[in-house]
Design a binder for this molecule. Structure first.
Ligand code: AP5
Length: 193
């Protein structure tokens, strides 16, 4: 995406079900565009590992595959986007995940004068996701929690597809197949934007 490389910003959201490849593709985008990945899942896991007050509050929800409260994650994002490395852009991975989070992000980015350029929706069907996550083995990758995460995604996060369509920001990318091919599809979608 020639437009956004080098001195120009990349400000995007990667939206997709658990296991759709948001983290995998974020790393490739970071290498290509030189802006940080901002993953609420990683920030929360770090807080849990450090046993901070926030981590202790978040742990039960994460273990059950439920969403951590909007207050906690919005606060984390606000702090993270205030750091200097996010001034020239960011890849939001796993945030926003609810209507309230999307509305809070709009307010925050408008205050920072850093509006979103695109929301990339990675599309992968549920059975492929269950297979992927069962073979990964993270703490929340047991079948019961995976299925609950998928249900929570469908109920609370999927409505954001329409929300961002209405804002003219959404691009849909098929998230199945070779990782590099998917990355090429994402780049093509961003270039075409
Ligand atoms: P989070 O860490 O965001 O987890 P998630 O959304 O469930 O996503 P994953 O990390 O499981 O998947 P991914 O889409 O990043 O895919 P990945 O690249 O890793 O959130 C964890 C928890 O934190 C939530 O359940 C919630 O409790 C809490 N939380 C986080 N954000 C929150 C928020 N905003 N609000 C409230 N609560 C929040 O790939 C998955 C696997 O598939 C890997 O093994 C990978 O190697 C493999 N893979 C990737 N691409 C391919 C491919 N093309 N083909 C085959 N395998 C592939």
């Amino acid at each position: 995406m020639h437009l956004y490389r080098g001195d120009v910003m990349l400000k995007i959201v990667l939206l997709g079900a658990p296991g759709s490849g948001k983290g995998t593709q974020s790393l490739k985008l970071v290498a290509e565009y030189g802006v940080p990945q901002v993953s609420t899942g990683d920030l929360l896991r770090h807080a849990v590992a450090e046993q901070t007050e926030l981590g202790l509050k978040a742990k039960a929800a994460m273990d059950a595959g439920e969403l951590v409260s909007d207050d906690i994650v919005v606060g984390m994002i606000r702090e993270r986007l205030d750091q200097p490395d996010a001034e020239n852009g960011f890849i939001l991975d796993g945030f926003p995940r609810s209507q309230a989070q999307a509305a809070a992000l709009d307010v925050l980015l408008s205050r920072l004068d850093r509006p979103l350029q695109r929301v990339v929706h990675l599309e992968v069907d549920n059975e492929e996701i269950v297979q992927r996550l069962m073979s990964r083995g993270r703490a929340d990758d047991n079948e019961e929690t995976i299925r609950n995460r998928l249900a929570v995604f469908q109920e609370q996060t999927e409505p954001l597809v329409q929300y961002y369509k209405d804002q003219g920001l959404l691009v849909a990318v098929k998230g199945v197949g070779d990782v590099d091919e998917i990355f090429a599809r994402i780049k093509a979608a961003l270039d075409a934007a």
